[in-house]
Design a protein around this ligand. Structure first.
Ligand code: 3PG
Length: 410
């Protein structure tokens, strides 16, 4: 494993530091109000506070949404939220690398924090290029000469080979921020040398991702068991030859995931007994929960959760595990009648001695809702980057930091 530098490797006093964070947050499409401050809080309470306390002139670069989408908004609100979180003034400039931004950077005093505008306002930002190519972009050519160090704290955007993620690492000594460091440490603990048995609990609806993750972690002997639920569970049951009944099969068809069945079958045959599918299910009959065995399939009712026998079986596997990754709910946990599977599986994970890693928006929200967040080993704030990592993909943002460590030496 190549290594990257961290905040501990630099003296920040009086230095101008460009810090790439991930402030990308849910935004109300009508009012344009930022609805959740989790990511801003994570970076603010760690990396940003620390760099400011160490006397750095902190210049924040971040994105919000994608151009053309309703959540593509300026970062003024984010700067105001950050100010409350870190408890000291945060400057904001509605410019990314023009004269306004450059003057604001030049006028910073030690310990001050400045947020630049949404970096995706720069059309070259989202082009997929190498670090060297992006280092020639207007963004990097304008900002890098004003800075001494680049810190990348945006693990959750590290799967993007974008200008602000990789470009600065080519021309500036670079370090991973605390969130980047923390996420990678937790993920490497799971993927590189997991304590065994290692269990992956995969639910929700992202079937393509789940199949790729399952394939990677089984082929590389990372996971001992994969527990399936949610739409993933339905699809894996269908791959075992079960006809789930009209409403459920048409849902799979509508989601365009039936084409994954041959790949799933192949994986299950290659690893017999490793991939667990539900043995019973909760269906909705007249608005109520009713449980049926998979032997009773097909059903004309929609399946909304795993059943009690499945929960019991999954709990036994979880209780014996030493490492657990959980991504995706086991059912429609938003409805009280169908939250049992998700809740009990998460409770079992929370109370086990295993190191647990929780990822994915819905799973993190459910963990929070059930009051289990404090009992988990690590809760990732990443979405796509986490999935890419669990599939064994190299993350351009991380690779760029490793390359920078080599290029700039000690
Ligand atoms: C995320 O929210 O997963 C990251 O901020 C990346 O956003 P993107 O998918 O728009 O690149």
């Amino acid at each position: 494993m190549a290594e990257f530098k961290t905040i501990d490797d630099f003296d920040f006093k009086g230095k101008t530091v460009l810090v790439r964070v991930d402030f990308n947050s849910p935004v109300d499409p009508e009012t344009k109000k930022v609805l959740d401050d989790t990511r801003i809080r994570a970076h603010g309470e760690t990396t940003i506070k620390e760099l400011s306390a160490k006397g750095a002139k902190v210049v924040i670069l971040a994105h919000q949404g994608r151009p053309g989408e309703p959540d593509f908004i300026p970062l003024k609100q984010h700067a105001e939220i950050l100010e409350k979180i870190i408890g000291k003034p945060v400057k904001y400039v509605d410019d990314i690398f023009g004269e306004k931004a450059k003057n604001a950077i030049r006028n910073l005093k030690d310990g001050e924090v400045l947020v630049l505008d949404n970096v995706r306002g720069f059309p070259g930002e989202r082009k997929k290029k190498t670090a060297e190519e992006h280092s020639k972009s207007e963004l990097v050519r304008n900002l890098a000469p004003l800075a001494d160090i680049f810190v990348n704290d945006a693990f959750s955007a590290a799967h993007r080979a974008h200008a602000s993620i990789v470009g600065f690492t080519w021309v500036l000594p670079s370090a991973a921020g605390r969130i980047m460091e923390r996420e990678l440490k937790a993920l490497r603990r799971v993927l590189e040398n997991p304590e065994k048995p290692c269990v992956f609990t995969l639910g929700g609806a992202k079937a393509d991702d789940s199949l790729k993750i399952s394939t990677y972690v089984l082929n590389n002997k990372i996971a001992d068991y994969i527990l399936t639920g949610g739409i993933i569970g339905h699809l894996f049951l269908a791959a075992k030859g079960f006809d789930l009944g009209k409403p459920n099969m048409s849902l799979l068809e509508k989601q365009g995931v039936l084409g994954l069945i041959p790949g799933i079958k192949e994986l299950m045959e290659a690893y017999p007994g490793k991939i667990k599918v539900p043995v019973d299910l909760a269906i909705e009959v007249d608005g109520e929960r009713r449980e049926i065995s998979t032997d009773d399939l097909p059903t004309e009712h929609p399946i909304f959760d795993i059943g009690s026998r499945t929960i019991k079986e999954y709990k036994e596997i979880i209780n014996a595990a030493k490492t657990i990754v959980v991504s995706g709910p086991m059912g429609v946990y938003e409805r009280e009648e169908f939250m049992k599977g998700t809740k009990e599986v998460l409770e079992a994970i929370a109370s086990s001695d295993a190191f647990s890693l929780v990822g994915g928006g819905h799973t993190v929200a459910a963990t929070e809702e059930f009051g289990l967040s404090d009992k988990m080993g690590y809760i990732s704030t990443a979405g796509g980057a986490l999935i890419a990592f669990l599939m064994g993909e190299e993350l351009p943002g991380v690779k760029a930091l490793e390359e920078a460590a080599k290029r700039f030496g000690s």
